[in-house]
Write a protein that binds this ligand. Structure first.
Ligand code: NDP
Length: 243
């Protein structure tokens, strides 16, 4: 029920899971964020810099994901998990409504940040985004076309299944370093809400649990799939998530 049975349910050529994966949740999330900024404007007569940044940061995250939509084709959601309750409820409801928590918090509790705090948070977002997008693109380009000049320099090992595993670049620094980038981004979003309340920090805590659990699941899947080749890979790339 949770993970689902059907891997890629389709109606004709319409792939339900691929469609649901990003578009409804991410577009819904962006719309709710904008609505929260308008709500703040109605209350205060202006939009705070924190609210402005959360709409831009998260709007960028959503735009970037939808713009790079084919990159999800090499992720666990598409290749491994069925279309069960986790992906249907998660993508259609949980993402749109719960991920808008920071904007909702700021609409009701405006926070005034110092210039130093604003610059630090923008830097954190930039660092997180470079790791997140850099790692995800590296794998996606590599899996689509290993001859692509952008990733041709990467070292890899060839496994008995025929699949290749990258052992340099982002993926050579730590296994699932893409999760680290995503988690750093989540800190930048929560810090925009200041330190008066723990509620907006729900996201960093929940996301850490989600990513660690996901890393364990993927580790198990890869170990079963690649067997001794995975052990060889782990000997070369020793760290998990954090280098
Ligand atoms: P990943 O993109 O991390 O893909 C994992 C798969 O990549 C493995 O199963 C394996 O598949 C392949 N792989 C692993 N190591 C290597 C390597 N060294 N070289 C080449 N291929 C490798 O999957 P996820 O779906 O977990 O994450 C995708 C992104 O989505 C992440 O950035 C994550 O942070 C984000 N995410 C965000 C969520 C949110 O709620 N905001 C929720 C979940 C994820 P194979 O069998 O093909 O080898």
């Amino acid at each position: 029920f949770m993970i689902g049975r059907e891997l890629n349910p389709r109606i004709g050529s319409f792939d339900i899971k691929y469609f649901v994966e990003l578009r409804p949740g991410l577009i819904g999330w962006t719309i709710i964020n904008i609505a929260m900024a308008i709500k703040q404007y109605h209350e205060l007569g202006y939009v705070t810099i924190g609210m402005f940044l959360i709409v831009i940061f998260q709007g960028w995250y959503c735009f970037d994901a939808v713009y790079n939509e084919p990159a999800v084709l090499t992720t666990m959601d598409i290749t491994t998990d069925g279309f069960g309750w986790m992906l249907s409820f998660g993508n259609l409801t949980w993402v749109a409504f719960l991920y808008a928590l920071q904007a909702r918090y700021l609409a009701l509790h405006p926070v005034h940040l110092s210039q130093f705090q604003i610059v630090s948070i923008i830097c954190l977002q930039a660092v997180g985004y470079s790791i997140f997008r850099g790692a995800n693109n590296e794998k996606n380009f590599f899996r689509n076309n290993p001859e692509d000049p952008k990733i041709k320099h990467l070292k890899f090992i060839t496994t008995e299944t025929g699949s290749r595993l990258i052992i340099s670049g982002w993926w050579g620094r730590a296994r699932h370093i893409n999760y680290l980038g995503d988690w750093i981004i989540s800190w930048a979003w929560c810090l925009l809400c200041g330190f008066d309340d723990v509620l907006p920090y729900f996201y960093v805590i929940y996301f850490a649990v989600l990513l660690i659990h996901r890393e364990f699941r993927d580790e198990e899947k890869c170990k079963n799939k690649y067997k001794k080749d995975w052990d060889r890979y782990c000997e070369i790339v020793k760290w998990r998530i954090i280098p």
